[in-house]
Design a protein around this ligand. Sequence first.
Ligand code: NAD
Length: 500
Amino acid sequence: MSEIGHYISGARTAGTSGNSQPVYNPATGDVAADVALASRGEVDAAVAAAKEAFPDWSGQTPLKRARVLSQFKTILWERMADLAEAISAEHGKTHEDAVGEVTRGLEVVEFAVGIPTHLQGDFSANVGSGVDSYSVRSPLGVVAGITPFNFPAMVPMWMFPVALACGNTFVLKPSERDPSASLLIAEWLTEAGLPDGVFNVVQGGKEAVDALLENPDVRAISFVGSTPIAKYIHRTGTANGKRVQALGGAKNHAVIMPDADLDMAANALMGAAFGSAGERCMAVSVAVPVTDAVADALIEKLVPKIEALKIGPSTDSASEMGPLVTKEHLEKVRGLIGRGEEEGAQIVVDGRDFRQDKQGFENGYYIGGTLIDRVEPQMDVWKEEIFGPVLSMVRRASYQEAVDLIHAHNYANGTAIFTRDGDAGRRFAQDIEVGMVGVNVPIPVPMAFHSFGGWKDSIFSDHAMHGMEGVRFYTRIKTTTMRWPTGVRTDAEFSMPTLG
Ligand code: NAD
């Protein structure tokens, strides 16, 4: 059994802790490899390598750093299919979906290549007579990223391209469930000309995360994952004096107004609820049709589409949806559907009945698409993030009731409204207390030059990720006030300077 190790100082390194855990191929249920779990000492070695690389890297011009990232971008374009295959083999998502993930990550690299412009400071001439003032953004030092299983390439790429472009050095702790993509990325960064130690990968679980949280040389932590862990990371990291951005879970609602194009809405819901088997933080997991008539018409359109979903391995190009990531996660999703049934919701399409009959894939972690109608806010299926191919439906009688429902949830990552009424769309975008909003757009993931982040329990941070928010997170501001004497001055000034 091969062991997936770390990447420190520009080379793959084997784990030395003696701890490892299996990585599964979710399409077959087989163990594909073992992943090393880093000890505190191994994490500290990666941080030390990043610390050593910092002075040279941060001392290079932004343009030179941008050129390395530009070269990395070229490699990513050329080898996108290889990275997508590595993702699908451990995550289970379809090849096309994995290519989409890499593309969205690559867009952040494209943003980061513009770093000379993004780092431009502010200059004020004559803030006092003969006095000028300017502000510049400086890198922080060693920064770390801790990432979830559901986007093993894209989420790290929300972080490191901007962090590196700003002049920081980086330690990535990927999800232990799909660790291979991170090593390909690390190798390609080295090939692109990134100096050794600037980007490092440590595989591992809680011990590795705690080592990063406690290492005084780590200046900032970017985290994406579930809300309980996001809260823990934010609390512990900030208590240890670090800058922390921690993005958490989600429960995204789509409101379908009576004037919506229902065919468009039904197709949009299919992709948003069942794409990537619902394992997306921007998946739409709750449809909120306004009026019973809209609910009934929508169900009529959705049921045949859900029943026709092509569920299979990523190696079959006909697959529209792959398996869930692990057996435990499959059991959790099944359990939550069962709980909804017990709580009185109506299972319209039951994915628990799905059996994979493709030869060799019978033991994969597959589940069918599920539609649950008449879900209400007191039910666990509404309160909890299911993170599977399960679309709940909460019927509401008016626009305001739909908005109130969304506002009642702790999570506020993304949301959408389907309507033909410009006034309703605009009002929704303005009023809704959610970080990312779509109007007739089901998965409103902001482009790389905007920033990604929810509100409420979906984020614990003052800064969202990538775009200018990323630049702000990975830099600290320095303001210089400068006066050049016009003659030799001999008198000292003892009162507070006022620059008049
Ligand atoms: P997770 O919280 O289980 O794991 C995320 C990371 O935290 C992993 O690297 C993991 O090793 C580490 N971790 C897990 N338990 C830990 C512990 N006790 N102490 C320290 N570190 C620990 O999340 P996941 O299951 O990998 O990913 C799915 C979750 O991520 C969902 O809740 C999803 O909504 C969320 N997510 C959010 C966004 C967003 O932008 N808000 C994006 C993607 C995923």
